[in-house]
Design a protein around this ligand. Structure first.
Ligand SMILES: Nc1ncnc2c1ncn2[C@@H]1O[C@H](COP(=O)(O)OP(=O)(O)OP(=O)(O)O)[C@@H](O)[C@H]1O
Length: 311
C-alpha cells in the first residue's frame, strides 16, 4: 500500500535520506522512528507529494507520488508535524471548510462532521473557536481534518509530539480506532516505545538510513545481538570469573558485585544453552543464570549512539 524504493533526498550536498526502502501492507500500522533530523519528515513530505525526491520512487497504492500527485492526494490524509489553525473559525466551520475544499456536498458535510468530531473526542467543542483549543485538541482536530475525504492511507508526522501524558493516551486510542477501521497508517515518532505498542512494523531511521525494519520483536532480536547475562553466585567469584574469561563468546565482564556478575555475551541462544551446561558440569557455585532484559529505549539509544542531534 505504501512503498518506497531506494528513496533518496539531498539538500545541496547534504543527504537527508539515503536509499530508504520501506513497505507498508494494507490495513497495517508502520512506525518510523528516529532522532531529530533523522529524515522522518522528509520521507513523509515526499509521500504526501509535497516534496520531490532526488532519486528513487515512492508509491501509494501503486501510484507514483511524483508522477501522479493528484491521484495520490485523494488517497492520503497527511498530518504535518507543524500546522496552523485559522483564527475566527469555529471547530465545525474549520472542518466544513476542508470538507468543501475536497468537494463534499453540504449534506455530506453535515452528516460527516459530527461523526469525525466524535471520533476525535471533540464533540463538546463543536462551537469553540479553533485558535483557543488546547494543543492536544488542535492535534486531534488536525487529525479529523485529514480524515474528511475518507482516505485509505494516513501519513501522520509525530501526531503525539508536545502532548502531555493524558493527551498522548487519547491520541493513541484514536489511532487504535483508525486501525480498526482498516486504514493503512504510517506514523513517526522519536520515542520508540510510544510507537511499539500500536505498530505492526517498525522502521528505525538514523541519519537518513534505515538501520532496522520489522516487527517489534524482530527489531528487538536483531538489535540485541549482544546480550547481557547476569550470574548470581554462592561463595567464591574467582572460579566463575576464570571460567568466563576462557570463553570466546564472553566479550567482557561488566560488573562484579557481592554474589553477582554481569557480562556481555555475543553467542546465540544455542551457544548460551551450552555455556550454561558447561558451567553446571564444571560445578561452579551458581545460584542463577539469566539474560538481562534490555528495553526498547535502551536498544534505540544503543543503535543511534554517537549521532549528534540538531536540537
Ligand atoms: N529544506 C531543507 N534544507 C536543508 N536541509 C534540510 C531541509 N529540510 C530538512 N533538512 C535537513 O535534513 C535532515 C532531515 O530532516 P527531517 O526534518 O526530515 O528530520 P526528522 O527526522 O523529521 O526530524 P524531527 O524529528 O526533528 O522532525 C535534517 O538534518 C535537516 O536539518
Amino acid at each position: 500500500m505504501i512503498e518506497t524504493i531506494d528513496l533518496t533526498k539531498r539538500y545541496g550536498s547534504y543527504t537527508a535520506l539515503n536509499e530508504l526502502n520501506i513497505h507498508v501492507k494494507k490495513g497495517t500500522v508502520y512506525g518510523l522512528v528516529g532522532q531529530n533530523g533523522a529524515g522522518k519528515s522528509t520521507t513523509f513530505q515526499i509521500l504526501a507529494t509535497l516534496m520531490v525526491p532526488t532519486s528513487g520512487t515512492a508509491l501509494i497504492d501503486g501510484v507514483d507520488v511524483t508522477q501522479n500527485p493528484t491521484e495520490v492526494r485523494r488517497k492520503i490524509g497527511y498530518m504535518p508535524d507543524f500546522f496552523g489553525v485559522y483564527d475566527q473559525l469555529r471547530t465545525s466551520e474549520y472542518l466544513d471548510f476542508y470538507g468543501a475544499s475536497y468537494g463534499l456536498s453540504i449534506s455530506e458535510r453535515k452528516k460527516l462532521i459530527p461523526e469525525l468530531l466524535e471520533l476525535v473526542q471533540l464533540s463538546h467543542k463543536v462551537n469553540d473557536y479553533v485558535d483557543v483549543l488546547s494543543r492536544g485538541m488542535k492535534q486531534r482536530l488536525c487529525l479529523a481534518r485529514c480524515l474528511i475525504h475518507n482516505p485509505e492511507v494516513l501519513i501522520l508526522d509525530e501526531p503525539a509530539s508536545g502532548l502531555d501524558p493524558r493527551a498522548r493516551v487519547e491520541m493513541r486510542n484514536i489511532l487504535r480506532s483508525l486501525k480498526s477501521m482498516n486504514k493503512t497508517i504510517i506514523i513517526s515518532s522519536h520515542i520508540l516505545p510510544e510507537l511499539a505498542e500500536m505498530c505492526d512494523q517498525i522502521g528505525v531511521v538514523d541519519q537518513g538510513v534505515l538501520v532496522a525494519n520489522g516487527s517489534v520483536s524482530d527489531i528487538h532480536d536483531k538489535l540485541q545481538q549482544q546480550k547481557v547475562i547476569q550470574i548470581r553466585t554462592f561463595g567464591s567469584h574467582q572460579e566463575v570469573i576464570s571460567f568466563l574469561e576462557a570463553e570466546e563468546d564472553v566479550l567482557s565482564i561488566q560488573s562484579i558485585k557481592e554474589g553477582e556478575i554481569e557480562f556481555d555475551y555475543k553467542g546465540s541462544d544455542f551457544e548460551q544453552k551450552d555455556l550454561l551446561k558447561r558451567a553446571v558440569e564444571a560445578q561452579l557455585p551458581l545460584l542463577s543464570f539469566n539474560q538481562v532484559d534490555t528495553d526498547l529505549e535502551d536498544i534505540f539509544m544503543d543503535i543511534t549512539k554517537g549521532v549528534t542531534t540538531d536540537e
